[in-house]
Design a protein around this ligand. Sequence first.
Ligand code: AKG
Ligand code: FE2
Length: 322
Amino acid sequence: MSLSIPVIDLEPALRGSAAERLRTGRLIDQTCRHIGFFTIKGHGVDPVLIRTLRKQAYAFFEQPLAEKQRVAPADAGTPRGYRGLGFDSLARGNALDAPADIKEYYHFGRERWPQTPYYTEGEGRRYFIPNLWPASPAGWAATAERYYLALEKLTGEMMQLAALGLDLPEDFFQDKIDRHITAMRINHYPAQAVAPAPGQLRAGAHTDYGLLTILNGENKPGGLEVLTRGGDWIPVETEPDTFVVNIGDLLMRWTNDRWVSNTHRVINPPEGTAPDARLSVAFFHHPNYDALVECIAPPGLAKYPPVLSGEYRDLKYRQTRV
Ligand SMILES: O=C(O)CCC(=O)C(=O)O
Ligand SMILES: [Fe+2]
């Protein structure tokens, strides 16, 4: 059976009628119960902004390694800046013993935050960390900040639609995401000149950690695949001006497994294809660090103990490091 990922047009809901918002929320609910992956169109994000960020990202990764390493923090635990080949293995976050992923990435977060103790003292300092932008390409930081803010707005809307789809008040998630610790990673999968080691992939099979991942990718040999309930891997189309959305572990826990945080991976280009790089831009929407994620379930039926958003992500970062 050939399955494909549903496409959801957000435009009617984003224009605002209550009936359209509820209809879209229900559509998200049906999709997330079943596969947890969909693509969105009508999302309102400027395609020129997406293309500019991608172009600048390619320019960064095409520089010599020594140049990129200038923005690699010495402390492996700092989730910012450049991380080269061999740094982590996403499959290890799901208890699979896999070699390092064949990718390099650039990790960044919000550019600015209020100068109040929640952000600047104690726990807050572990999550609100200054970005480490390279000198070149010029303007990359400004583009990335605009992109981050555009996707912050989009995910704010989508979490309202998610609440409607879950039969919750529209603002259910609001006070859990109003100081969110979303991080972005721009993944660059180099052209493969040598054969990968056994079991080694561009990104090993894994689930994401947070609420929603909003991904802008590209359709090239050696792309994204998702695992169906039936156990088949199916390719995910990632058109340049659209996004792929998937549910992360915290939203799966929050919904007491009503929604699935699905396993996905990035495969290697098949042998015989011309070597080519691939780039993906991932926005990992993650709640406030102190948000307690408690299963929405009748008393006694919660499948997971409550977990703190920040602690859960820290654990995943530790597990995936090689
Ligand atoms: O590059 C892609 O298409 C997906 C990357 C991914 O799954 C991740 O970084 O979590
Ligand atoms: Fe992922």
